[in-house]
Design a protein. Structure first.
Length: 258
């Protein structure tokens, strides 16, 4: 029986100024998996995300997405192939509206010419309406449709986080990388986020790779967890296995988590 792999990472490594940020990182993600990537600050987690999405180029190793090598491709090409992400520090177009933030991420789907755009033809207006309707449907999922015309920077922090996820989905990804989505959220918002991620995975047939420091969320949400420390994978397995791994407890958890 052939096992399908959506994302395959082989011996990924990168250094900055002589410091090894990621060393020999390997990962196989099957379609539909929800996997956590955890570890202390500075362990290399976000660096892994930056390499996978083309923000950094690896010095060693190879990356395959759905059987095609994507090592060294730029961010926009990787996004078009079906890999979306959010950021540890929220990166919205702060001066644009909530709706415009999502529409911009979906503009590549606009099926009209420059001439249509300049002269505002019927083709332009028809496809712009389609994009607007689609973007509003995504905002509705995140309870943001009622704030479509608000400036993004004026949203409360938790809603900015939700908007960033909505924008990431605008590219219709098959693989979604979430970098600390619960950061700055209160306990109620975190519970709502957990349920939202579960629902999004099912509704959009997503494969999800998640960086998060909230261990309660990670243990409840993820089926498999990888632990990084000083750029190297020190453990991998089920939440139960990771929770009780002495090396993980020493390097990161400090104590067993519930």
């Amino acid at each position: 029986m052939v096992t399908v792999t959506l994302l395959k990472v082989e011996d990924l490594s990168i250094s900055f100024g002589g410091l090894r940020a990621v060393s020999g990182f390997n990962l196989d993600l099957k379609p539909g998996e929800l996997v956590g990537l955890i570890g202390p600050n500075g362990a290399g987690k976000t660096t892994v995300f930056n390499i996978l999405t083309g923000f950094y180029q690896p010095q060693e190793g190879r990356i395959f997405f759905d059987g095609t090598e994507i090592t060294g491709l730029g961010c926009h090409k990787i996004n078009r192939l079906g890999i979306g992400r959010t950021f540890q520090n929220i990166r919205l177009f702060n001066e644009l509206t909530v709706l415009e933030n999502v529409k911009i991420a979906y503009q590549y789907a606009g099926r009209y010419s420059w001439g249509d755009a300049i002269f505002r033809t019927r083709v332009f207006h028809r496809h712009e309406k389609e994009i607007t309707d689609w973007a509003l449907s995504r905002l509705d999922i995140f309870n943001l449709a009622g704030k479509a015309d608000e400036i993004a920077k004026n949203l409360p922090y938790g809603e900015q986080r939700r908007l960033e996820i909505a924008r990431a989905l605008a590219g219709r990804p098959r693989l979604l990388l979430l970098d600390e989505p619960a950061a700055g959220m209160n306990p109620q918002e975190t519970v709502e986020l957990l349920e939202l991620i579960r629902w999004l995975r099912q509704e959009f047939s997503l494969t999800i790779l998640l960086i998060e420091h909230d261990m309660s969320l990670v243990m409840k949400l993820c089926e498999r967890i990888l632990v990084l420390d000083y750029g190297m994978t020190i453990a991998e397995g089920s939440p139960e296995k990771i929770r009780n791994n002495p090396r993980v407890i020493e390097a990161y958890l400090g104590e067993e988590v519930s």
